[in-house]
Design a protein around this ligand. Sequence first.
Ligand code: HEC
Length: 384
Amino acid sequence: MKNQISYLGLILLVVTVAHAKERPEVKGSMQQMFNSLLNLQPFLASPEKFSNPKNSEIIRKDLNRLATFKHVFPKEMKNEEPGIFAISRMFHETIEDARERFKKGNYDYSRHRLRTATAFCFSCHSRVPSEKNFEDLQKRVEASQLTTFEKADVFAATRQFDKALKAYTDLLTVVPKTSMDVVEYTRSLRRALSITVRVKQNPKETLELIDSVTQRKDLPEFILRLAQQWRKDAQYWMDDKLTDKKMPPEELVDKAKKLIERAEKLQSFPADENGDISYLRASNYLHEALDESPQSKSRTEALYLLGVAYSALQDPTLWDLDRLYFESCIREAPHTDFAKKCYQRYSEKVYMGYTGSAGTFIPDDEQRRLEELRKLSDNQAKSG
Ligand code: HEC
């Protein structure tokens, strides 16, 4: 009997672990998302086509398909990685909003929302390193009418990272002229860096990418300054001793903690981008720790540090992600020192978000949540 139970336990263990790693249903849905995204691209690129009643049936169909995404990552995943669950929720809300507005005929708004949705695809796929690219045998992105910049984004969104990196680096060879060019240029640079740092975890490629920018004479001062700052951090990475060994979760979290401490020292004000490469690297280690061992001893610390890293990185698409990590940290480990630290960061962010020239105004529901989290974080009070 005893043997039978442990055998059953073993099977369960194997099944859950396999489930966490390989989800065949995820792959299937993702390929469907890829198709829908590609079907929509020509319409997204053209306001006329997007609002033409002739096309509304086709567009609606793909919007409906994208909206089924909610079911790809079940709620239980929240207990493993609250971030992936949060991103999938934000993505779903974006699609739902675009779908509603499309129904009402607010085409410009809807189109704009959909164009930003690809950023969620990229955020999710670049959390952890990946050696394999998604192979689109029909080369549908290449064959499309999109601009190089749009193609680069679609490659990045659909896990065709080598092609995305190539497209972004091509874009970096130009001289940006208008302010729109500068926006696209810095975005391409950031995206390319996310790929060399997080997806490829390659310090040499990162440094080469940065140098291809710092060595230029024809770029705006502000871009050069940004790249110069990143260069120091990339050089530090080159000198870092790295192992190919898989690190246990405690080691991954410890490594991330050291990188974040270093990055915080590099920053002279909260939105300072000096430490970005260290923060990106740290987020990588932390995601890996949570994915590989969701229930390790270091879990609460990992949640706290992920909040810190995403606060510093200030990705406009994921503006709320830091708060979600802090909230998970408080709820999962109430009345602990980490809960207290997480609450401190959480409330700072809320106060900052609701403070304007007219003072601080926090809506009632947010006030209630703050109070609830404050109680949970109090490490003097007895739990229960
Ligand atoms: C909440 C996280 C998340 C979001 C958002 C997301 N994906 Fe994915 N995607 C995954 C995961 C997890 C995998 C499978 C594991 C892996 O290989 O990383 C995957 C794999 C893929 C693949 C490869 C499938 C294969 O056969 O190997 C494609 C293509 C893809 N996604 C497209 C998209 C597109 C397009 C979007 C946005 C419209 C998107 N994904 C949004 C998490 C996400």
